[in-house]
Write a new protein. Structure first.
Length: 287
């Protein structure tokens, strides 16, 4: 078994407290400053991870491996199950492109080729699927707390909001505004779309209205803080613009040559891959 590192992430996620997003412009959450990051959990893995989800109720990690069309499930630090793999069975995937957890703990996995969301319980048992009729090439999605699904269609280059029960498209947005979608995060009232080719982020309100665009991977959270996600080192030149570097509660130093990758950002939590250690951080806001 690999020896666990005592390293804890400190200064890699840089927060630019830039409250340019008005609270009165739309009926959205009130702004709240960030205080620090708390390391909630960690997991060592020896395989590639494209995206991760974490269930806090039973400390379960769900790790997506696109090239294998597989999802690895870890419970209490041990590999519990592997679901998927190439094939045509109900638990297989032809082209796995995204995963997310529902509010009830259901694991949703997007099969782009089949244009469906497959559902699994906490142990990885197949529970059914949601057919995404009306889409052409769905590649990313997010589950809304209000009972809907946001789907990015890589062919139409737009996002469609589906009613979860009727599966009717309620509205679409983002056409001619989104160059490409390599990562999609629904954080509170905001849809964050990151494009790797242009290294830029486009942000929309959940009602489809355009909010802003930024250079780099700049995400906005539920309380209107902007997060500049920097790999390997801190972006020092933002310091004159009220950039603060968050520390976790252990206040340890960071190795600037280390590798950092964002795996997920979900409301008050973020998941990071630091040199094959999956770290779960809780964002602690000022009261």
């Amino acid at each position: 078994m690999r020896k666990k590192s005592t390293f804890s992430l400190e200064l890699v996620i840089s927060i630019w407290l830039f409250f340019s997003i008005s609270c009165t412009r739309h009926h959205i959450s009130q702004a709240k400053p960030i205080n620090y990051l708390h390391l909630q959990d960690r997991l060592f893995v020896n395989h590639h991870v494209d995206k991760a989800c974490y269930a806090f109720i039973d400390k379960t990690f769900y790790l997506m491996h696109k090239s294998e069309n597989a999802i690895y499930i870890y419970k209490q630090g041990q590999l519990w199950n592997i679901i998927g793999g190439p094939g045509f069975g109900e638990s297989n995937f032809r082209r796995l492109t995204d995963i997310n957890l529902g509010a009830d703990g259901t694991l949703y996995a997007l099969d782009s080729s089949e244009r469906s969301l497959k559902k699994f319980d906490r142990t990885g048992k197949y529970q059914g699927q949601v057919l995404l009729t009306g889409t052409t090439k769905p590649s990313h999605f997010a589950i809304s707390s209000t009972g809907g699904i946001f789907i990015y269609d890589n062919y139409l280059k737009e996002i469609a909001f589906f009613d979860y029960f009727s599966l009717n498209v309620k509205y679409t947005f983002g056409k001619f505004q989104i160059e490409s979608c390599d990562e999609l995060y629904l954080i509170g009232d905001f849809i964050n779309i990151y494009s790797k080719p242009s290294n830029s982020t486009t942000i929309f309100f959940v009602n489809g209205l355009y909010e802003n665009s930024y250079q780099g991977k700049m995400l906005v959270d539920s309380y209107h803080n902007l997060y500049l996600i920097a790999e390997k080192s801190i972006i020092e030149h933002f310091s004159q613009k009220q950039l603060i570097n968050l520390q976790n509660d252990h206040h340890q130093q960071i190795d600037k040559n280390s590798y950092i990758e964002l795996l997920n950002f979900d409301k008050d939590f973020l998941l990071i891959n630091h040199n094959q250690e999956i770290q779960v951080y809780r964002l602690i806001y000022t009261s």
